[in-house]
Ligand binder design. Sequence first.
Ligand SMILES: Nc1nc2c(c(=O)[nH]1)N[C@H]1C(S)=C(S)[C@@H](COP(=O)(O)OP(=O)(O)OC[C@H]3O[C@@H](n4cnc5c(N)ncnc54)[C@H](O)[C@@H]3O)O[C@H]1N2
Ligand code: MOO
Length: 413
Amino acid sequence: MDFFNCISLSKAQSLIESRLPVTATLIEEVLLPEALGRVVAVDIAAGEDLPPFSRSTVDGYAVLSRDTFGAGEGAPVMLDIIGEVFMGQAAGFSVRPGQAVIMPTGGMLPAGADAVVMLEHTERSDTETLLVLKPVAPGENVIAKGEDIRVGNIVMTSGTKLTPADIGALAACGIAKVKVRAQLKAGIISTGDEVVDITETPVGGQVRDINTYTLAAMLTEAGCKVTRYGVVKDKFEDLLATVGKAASENQLVLVSGGSSVGARDHTVQVIEELGRQDIVFHGLAVKPGKPTIFGMVGSVPVFGLPGHPVAAMTICQTLVLPVVYRLQGRGPNRVNCRIPARLTRNCASAPGRDDVLRVKLNWQGGEYLAEPVLGKSGLISVMTQADGVVRVPADSSGLYAGDIVTVEVIREA
Ligand SMILES: Nc1nc2c(c(=O)[nH]1)N[C@H]1C(S)=C(S)[C@@H](COP(=O)(O)OP(=O)(O)OC[C@H]3O[C@@H](n4cnc5c(N)ncnc54)[C@H](O)[C@@H]3O)O[C@H]1N2
Ligand code: MOO
């Protein structure tokens, strides 16, 4: 007998999607230094070419490249030095055939010149005469006007979560304020008579609260504004009050523990009462994560995540983070990085159920080896050892040692 009416992962994903609000979070404007990790709310176009003028990438001499063709150590090309370009100033003259101009790195290329000869490829026969010892091609040692970013082009597309490089590109374009999505507010609740706060010393059958902290860290990393509601004991009225408060204060609520079918697993009843029977599913054909609950309290999605720390993190990554991305106006299928790796041992899997395996990656013999991290779903060390996960779809009966698998990387190197 099975206590759950388990549905497939893909069915769960489409049911969740069908219940989410259509619109993403509100738009707000933040100063550029505060925009790191925030999600761009509208496409941002460049108001000018970058760079706004052609500039030298080396110290040397601005020339007409065709003047230098055929130049060599034994046959230097002689050019007249007609002036010097200074940093941050426009060159007030043009370069004509047979002429050269002293250039600093980053200086504005004078009109007429199309390349810069590096200092070390020149000599001076006197103060006004340059000997070019090596030819330059058109455009050599020059960043052309607009080569970096063209005026009118989209510098940052809506939905981009800003990285340090993105912040640099916006700085270069003079964008001091950015329209971003308001941070998604997420509330996290742990339940269980045995679960105590991390500041307490567990006695008897007690354990410290892990899930509040792993889930809060995952959602914070994904850009949410997280409120921790602590540990609620296995008492229906207390859980009802806390979930009700969290749903009124947030746009997403996670409850860990109490999702199974023990006598005191109240999460389903709480969502039913607060959401007027709005349980969308209870039970997933996924390992780990079978007792997962999803329901709505008004317009707020509420997940009941399994208490085992590995299962809570796995379902957070598989089902909750896509909800976060979607409500932030980003695409749902964001994975840091997927890499091919060779599995080191057989991994059986029951057909009809998606399995999520944790693996450790080792670089060996020019390829990644994916070593399954074995261990029960209640062990947090299983997660700290894992570099990534491998998904075994429901129609597979398992994977064999030597198979090339796709690893979703979950840990930065
Ligand atoms: N008869 C059955 N029993 C169980 C089944 C089943 O199908 N039939 N499913 C198992 C699976 S799979 C999981 S996962 C767990 C999920 O149970 P709950 O979500 O109801 O969670 P609890 O019973 O409250 O706790 C399970 C386990 O996790 C520990 N826990 C809970 N919260 C935390 C926390 N915040 N930090 C650290 N550890 C936590 C808790 O102490 C338990 O050890 O049910 C199986 N049972
Ligand atoms: O969700 Mo449970 O962790 O499969 O044991």
